[in-house]
Design a protein around this ligand. Structure first.
Ligand code: E4P
Length: 217
């Protein structure tokens, strides 16, 4: 499973990229707001850090304006994936932009039927939002599994980009189901390294090591 980093924080992206943990980046208007930076400027910088897809989201509601915004965002760098919302107009924009050769990430997906439409419209990525479904007492992970089944049934090559990830459990469950990509905040990716038995084991080894009186360096 590839990891995209769900942030517009360039320092966090640099750190994860240096470790091979940033196969791409996803941004959205809320993350751009959080960065406090200009969308074109910060997206250009992100594209210079990572070589994989960098999602930049349109904000228009009508298809023709989404297409114009998408074309402008795609000019930032070759690795831009234009992010459009899963509305009827968003699907129209997806079809035009993907036919033009741009990568398209269809976002705000909350149902298997929406994911089916996005694949038919030529989406490169579909972004089902796990956490926001869990927030309203539905099962976000069940949606990932349903989309995996549907795409495999018919050989769609749209990639499942598990999004709205809030926990390390979301990451392992998405990987078990076979999501192609998961996009997560930097803190979630780093937390995947944690385990209390690792800490406890290390503590024991270091205490015993001190008793040997030896040094490696
Ligand atoms: C992904 O592309 C989205 O920007 C993101 O995962 C949304 O996450 P949230 O529901 O935590 O805002």
């Amino acid at each position: 499973m590839r990891f995209f980093v769900d942030t517009a924080d360039v320092d966090a992206i640099r750190e994860l990229n240096a470790l091979g943990m940033a196969d791409g980046v996803t941004t959205n208007p809320s993350l751009i707001l959080k960065s406090g930076r200009d969308i074109l400027e910060v997206t250009r910088e992100i594209c210079s850090i990572v070589s994989g897809p960098v999602s930049a989201e349109v904000v228009a509601l009508q298809a023709d304006e989404m297409i114009a915004e998408g074309r402008k965002l795609a000019k930032i760098a070759d690795n831009i994936a234009v992010k459009v919302p899963l509305t009827w107009d968003g699907l129209k924009a997806c079809k035009v932009l993907s036919d033009e050769g741009h990568m398209v990430n269809v976002t705000l997906c909350f149902s298997a039927n929406q994911a089916l439409l996005a694949a038919k419209a030529g989406a490169t990525f579909i972004s089902p939002f796990i956490g926001r479904l869990d927030d309203i007492n539905l099962d976000g992970m069940e949606l990932i599994a349903d989309i995996r089944t549907i795409y495999d049934n018919y050989g769609f090559d749209t990639q499942i980009l598990a999004a709205s990830i809030r926990s390390v459990n979301h990451m392992s469950q998405a990987a078990l189901i076979g999501a192609d990509v998961a996009t997560a905040p930097p803190g979630v990716i780093k937390a995947m390294a944690n385990h209390p038995l690792t800490d406890k084991g290390l503590d024991g080894f270091l205490k015993d090591w001190a008793k040997t009186g030896q040094k490696i360096l």
